[in-house]
Design a protein around this ligand. Structure first.
Ligand SMILES: [Zn+2]
Length: 253
């Protein structure tokens, strides 16, 4: 699933290419994944675009459109839609370009939202350390808390595995059992990983609006061996999600 760095890379591309342009038309390829009222933005201009957790928020006059990419969604900006690619859901014709939302697994969606429908939890890239400490010092496991969008916005399985591996914390460790030093380490590592991945254009499995993949690669998620100590990585289920851990660097609590 695209997380903060990948979504921010897409938002930057939309900002550069189509913010300020007027919507001439909307071409729907898959009506099941598009709001019935989406055409009400035709004739308005895209005033701004921003990231809200793992969602993309597009402001057209008084109308707010949310793109949610789910697990494998993508956004493209193209000059021509005569030959739609596999998975295209909707295209916004804007000036001489098209802003396209797609998903080969057809889970991404474009819908109209109101501000109060958006979750209000703090974003992982902006949260301050005291607020972070209050949130993670709960009874839940650290991994489940970090992935819970009701508590912190923007992180998913891949970056949480990286953060906990780099911080030497086992994902099933309970928040209330973490020391102040451990929480500090997780906080600093979270900021470092998100910043590093963003600077590298996001994760290698996802693309920017031109279709170019990111250059960041996870150290553990989907990998076989710990790059630090050489121990074979283990897969464990935490909160129903597969976590990659190094049994040596991340001792069981
Ligand atoms: Zn290791």
């Amino acid at each position: 699933m695209p997380e903060i760095p990948e979504i921010q890379v897409i938002v930057d591309g939309i900002e550069k290419e189509v913010v300020g342009s007027q919507v001439e038309d909307i071409i729907v390829f898959d009506g099941r994944r598009v709001d019935d009222n989406i055409k009400q933005v035709v004739g308005t201009s895209l005033e701004s675009v921003r990231r809200h957790g793992k969602a993309i928020i597009l402001q057209f006059g008084d109308t707010t459109v949310m793109f949610h990419l789910r697990l494998h969604g993508f956004v493209r900006i193209v000059d021509d839609i005569s030959f739609p690619e596999k998975g295209w859901i909707v295209a916004f014709h804007m000036g001489d370009k098209y802003l396209v939302l797609g998903d080969t697994r057809k889970l991404a969606e474009a819908k109209l939202v109101s501000e109060d429908e958006l979750k209000t939890s703090p974003d992982a890239s902006q949260i301050d350390e005291n607020t972070f400490k209050d949130i993670v010092s709960s009874s839940g496991t650290i991994k489940s808390t970090l992935m819970n969008q009701e508590k912190i916005l923007g992180l998913g399985n891949r970056y949480v595995d990286e953060i906990l591996w780099r911080a030497h914390i086992h994902p099933t460790k309970k928040g209330r059992d973490l020391t102040d030093d451990e929480i500090h380490k997780i906080f600093i590592t979270m900021k470092e990983v998100l910043d590093e991945a963003y600077r590298q254009g996001g994760d290698e499995h996802y693309t920017d609006v031109y279709g170019n993949p990111g250059r960041w690669s996870s150290s553990v998620h989907g990998k076989k061996v710990c790059p630090v100590c050489g121990t074979p990585l283990k897969k464990v289920k935490v909160g129903g999600r597969t976590s990659y851990i190094c049994p040596k660097c991340q001792p069981e609590p």
